[in-house]
Design a protein around this ligand. Sequence first.
Ligand SMILES: *Cc1c(COP(=O)(O)O)cnc(C)c1O
Length: 413
Amino acid sequence: MIALDHHLSGQHFLQIPGPSPVPDRILRALSLPTIDHRGPEFARLGRKVVDGLQQVFRTRHPVVIYPASGTGAWEAALVNTLSGGDAVLMFETGHFATLWQKMAVRLGLQPEFVSVPGTDAATGLPAGWRGGVQADLIEQRLRRDPQHRIKAVCVVHNETSTGVTSDIAAVRRAIDAAAHPALLMVDTISGLACADYRHDEWGIDVSISGAQKGLMLPPGISFNALSPKALAAAKGATLPRSYWAWDEIVAMNQGGYWPYTPNTNLLYGLSEALDMLLEQGLPAVFARHQRWAEGVRSAVRAWGLPIQCADAGAYSPVLTGVVTPQGVDADALRQLIHRRFDLSLGTGLGKVLGRMFRIGHLGHSNDLTLVAAVAGVEMGLQLHGVPLAGSGTRAAMDFFAAHPAPAALRAAA
Ligand SMILES: *Cc1c(COP(=O)(O)O)cnc(C)c1O
């Protein structure tokens, strides 16, 4: 065992927006014996997880599982569908959108990065990092592309660096309004199984997701959900691909197998996670995240600190970005809280490093873990000398007490 010297006793508070805390039920499933990945038991597991993922993505079309982090699935989406020099339209919602855009450059694509210019006066943060995708800007740009040079529109559903969730159905409508044939690719690495997501209904061609956020697994597997149009594009696309190529994986998945050794034990965990999510029903899972998010936001409002997402219609159910006052180093604060209270928070990434921290409220959590997390943040803010308008812990307690979870109401009936 490596020495985890912060974890002296009790449970570590992993309140980063992924990896999220892993339920015991999943940890136990991960410890099952590794089996023959060409044997008959494996085929049942393989078919079950693909079928379950289709339900979570809300698709009837193929879902591909990679033994890779989410970044690998980003690459897979691009290399399977595009050719060198292709123009792609991407939208700067935050750090993850920026990383995906950099990847597109490295792969020899020509991404055009739509950014909302300027700095937000109230916080000094980049204006575009306080809101979501503006579908009208995408529509305007596509209307100015009569030759259809743009081959794909790539957007992030839940921008994990800012705590903003974008309206993907609106992006689909924008592409349709411009009558443009570009593929729609959506990163829902942190959105899936936390926020409503509908691959088929929203006309998404490639959805990209990962294990360690809403699916509550340890990191290490990631997904592409496909559309018939994406599969057709793959036939003509010429970017080099081999390990990421969909064709062989999709063909072998029909029997429940993979062309190479899959991550067997993580697939046990995935099977368990899918059981948990589908037993509860996705609407209940989404409602739970919305409620937790509102509880945490009530704390941030009570402290008198800005929520990074400036658009109440785009608040993320997955995490909340908290902006610190000018001159307060949010990352030093985050480190203090980790040191003193064994509580991990997300750091500010990229352009907002030092200006904000992130509280994850996803996956395996409950009212009391969130009240405790908020209390840890509040103690840290006070120790760091940040002036507070009031007690966020009190506000979160009041919110959760006044808004019982539907399951608690059913139990009382
Ligand atoms: C976590 C995350 C990624 C990166 O996934 P990795 O598993 O770290 O490679 C990309 N996009 C979003 C929105 C994320 O939340």
